[in-house]
Ligand binder design. Sequence first.
Ligand code: DAH
Length: 345
Amino acid sequence: MPGFLEQIEPLKQAALNELRAAPDLAALEQAQVGYVGSHGKFTALMKQLGSLSKDEKPAAGKAVNSAKNELEAALAERRAELELKAALPKEATDFTLPGRRRALGKLHPLTQVTEDIVRSFRKIGFVVADGPEVEDEYHCFDALNTPADHPARDTQDTFYLAAPSAAGSASSERGLLLLRTHTSSVQIRVMEKQQPPVRIIVPGRVYRRDNADATHNPTFHQVEGLYVDRNVTVGDLKGTVEFVFKELMGSETRIRFRPHYFSYTEPSFEIDFSSPLTRKMGKEWLEIAGCGMVHPQVFETVGYDTEVWSGWAFGFGIERIAMIRYGINDIRLFYENDLRFLRQF
Ligand code: DAH
């Protein structure tokens, strides 16, 4: 039986040869277990250290430890090589293949229609204005000349916000807080802040206490328009509406005004339009918007001089435009986010 020291070198060499020749990680693992695992040959040699004499021990211990370190280093090196090899593609790579494209998403149909509306109005000098969806009674109703007993203010139609203490409704110095029922509130907010001329449109979300059905949803979208300047006429209003609806619904579109009532305009009108799209829906005329000349009381409220300024306003629903344009028969389709629906736009 060779002495302890003489065994170290041959065993180390055998181990090094085996692990350097290991073709893959599994073979390397096997070599590792065979030599430095708890029942490995090298481990067995180290266990013999204890049976050596006091004189032999220091030199033997040093030698066996340095051999073990060499083995560990060689193992780590070979493992790194084999891991890299395993990660490389098995087949040659063709770098001339076209890249994989990520499918581009699309804008929601309501966003597309809103952008079309905004683009048309921008052509004739309107800018987009914005306002809060959580409103107060003053901006949503009072300043628009809507009397306290008007049915739109009823809790049947309007979502009022609960007070944080749950002791009734939340309020501000401008009345109870609510979710705006129309974008008309932004007319007031803009006029409070700036003097005429004003030429704005306001696309935005509105809220009403309606049960969802094919033509109603508790939230939907409107576009408000407001134009204030010197000597503004119903003729300007009609020309503007006609221009925009021809852009949106095609050049064959015709519009007509019918007398109506809104508290913030006088005179007030409902706008109907007629086009190949309305005929497709079996109707010559479809009601599409409300409008009118801004009521003098509204100007008084925001501090505009009614002797100098005149103006008009309108409002219409974006979903309704989109439904007519694309032949959609149920408003709820816009909010379900079913990809089979959305992919069609
Ligand atoms: N606010 C009205 C609605 O929600 C729409 C409307 C009508 C807006 C006439 C106006 C207007 O600015 O002048 O039904």
